[in-house]
Design a binder for this molecule. Structure first.
Ligand SMILES: [Zn+2]
Length: 144
């Protein structure tokens, strides 16, 4: 009978820890989102800068490809960081889902059934603990 309440309590405990873990993951996701936004802003500025530098160079009739390539590479680097962070954000989202789907395997511990481990005395019918060699009531030998 108490089994039902044990299970209920376990589920409540589990719900609480799951919720706190979930909020930690949501915080992580928010942090990543902020970083991604800031990186996207950097990328936009860098592209603007590249345009301006290119414009100045063309105006002066002196296109320095090396400088342009360096600028381009730094933009590519920012893009790579954005991709990495977006991947991490997806992983965090996946983890939240997986945890929610997780079964209760760990929590399912077999309750020890005392009844089945008792030895009923064949002489008087008294229930004795499994380790008893003689009946506690009549002294009848229970085990070899
Ligand atoms: Zn007995």
């Amino acid at each position: 009978m108490s089994d039902f309440f044990d299970k209920l309590k376990k589920n409540i405990d589990k719900g609480v820890s799951k919720a706190s873990r979930k909020s930690a993951e949501i915080a992580e996701k928010t942090k990543l989102q902020t970083q991604i936004m800031s990186l996207k802003n950097d990328k936009k500025n860098e592209i603007n800068e590249l345009g301006k530098v290119t414009y100045d160079m063309l105006k002066e009739g002196n296109l320095d490809e090396e400088i342009l390539n360096l600028k381009f590479e730094s933009i590519m680097e920012i893009e790579k960081q954005i991709e990495e962070k977006e991947e991490r954000k997806e992983n965090v989202e996946k983890e939240v889902e997986e945890e929610l789907e997780e079964k209760e395997e760990v929590q399912e511990v077999e309750e020890v059934n005392d009844e089945s481990e008792e030895i009923t005395c064949p002489n008087c019918g008294e229930k004795n603990p499994q380790e008893a060699k003689f009946c506690q009531n009549c002294g009848h030998k229970l085990k070899e």
